[in-house]
Design a protein around this ligand. Structure first.
Ligand SMILES: [Cu+2]
Length: 246
């Protein structure tokens, strides 16, 4: 068959395109999440970024396979003649190709499943710290409010001590909102009449973003506030300085 040599040549070329695109994809997968994602302010967020890196790297050879065949086909198998183009190489009945595709997909999906389950099991909100505390979070159209149980203090900006595990008891006064601390990698929905819980240990002093992640009405996009992570001493000072709103 005259096709045979053409096919071998095509496989060889596609392999080299695939290799180059895989390397490009792996490099992007390793470095892009670090540039594009928010800087981590908790171990949970470190794990989120690591997961994005690992999944991107694992996906790179698969994406490269699709792109390399597509690129090669666009350039080499383009039909400029009259009528119906001749058949290309037979991929559907190619046993080695089918085997690689099925086994590769199976191994990759099982790996992603195990990684995901393990990451969920490992992440307990970041250990504990000396003074784990609970903060009540209430969403309403279109603001967040935070209250500190046992203190009668409440605030529209969140203040937390560094290196202590914070558990957020989240609820809503009206519609469904989404409580997301961007740089800490935690997010949970705020549902009216229900309390949902999420825990995280902030590990870096600084100011970070809180956003609503459920379309909750006209001013949803403005339902943002900040979290200030303070040293233990500064946090105690802030708490003591707050007027009591019993
Ligand atoms: Cu909202």
């Amino acid at each position: 068959m005259a096709h045979n040599n053409d096919t071998k040549q095509a496989v060889r070329s596609i392999f080299w395109i695939w290799l180059v695109l895989t390397i490009v994809g792996v490099v992007i997968g390793i470095y892009a999440p670090g540039w594009l994602m928010p800087k981590a302010a908790s171990s949970t967020m470190h794990l989120v970024i690591l997961t994005v890196i690992v999944f991107s790297v694992a996906a790179a050879p698969v994406a490269a396979m699709v792109y390399s065949i597509a690129l090669y086909a666009l350039v080499k198998w383009r039909w400029r003649g009259e009528g119906v183009p001749p058949d290309g190489p037979n991929l559907r009945n190619n046993t080695p190709l089918t085997a690689v595709w099925v086994i590769g997909s199976t191994v990759l999906t099982i790996f992603l499943l195990i990684w995901g389950l393990a990451a969920l099991a490992v992440d307990d909100g970041g250990g504990g710290g000396k003074n784990p505390m609970t903060i009540d979070v209430t969403g309403q159209q279109w603001a967040w409010s935070f209250s500190y149980p046992g203190t009668h203090v409440s605030s529209n900006e969140l203040y937390v001590p560094v290196n202590d595990k914070i558990t957020f008891d989240v609820t809503s006064k009206d519609v469904v909102h989404g409580f997301w601390i961007v740089q800490m990698g935690v997010k949970v929905n705020a549902n009216p009449g229900v309390t949902t819980t999420v825990s995280v240990t902030p590990d870096k002093v600084g100011t970070y973003d809180i956003r609503c992640t459920e379309i909750c009405g006209l001013y949803h996009a403005f339902m943002v506030t900040r979290v200030k992570v303070l040293s233990d001493a500064d946090f105690s000072k802030w708490l003591a300085s707050q007027p009591s709103r019993a």
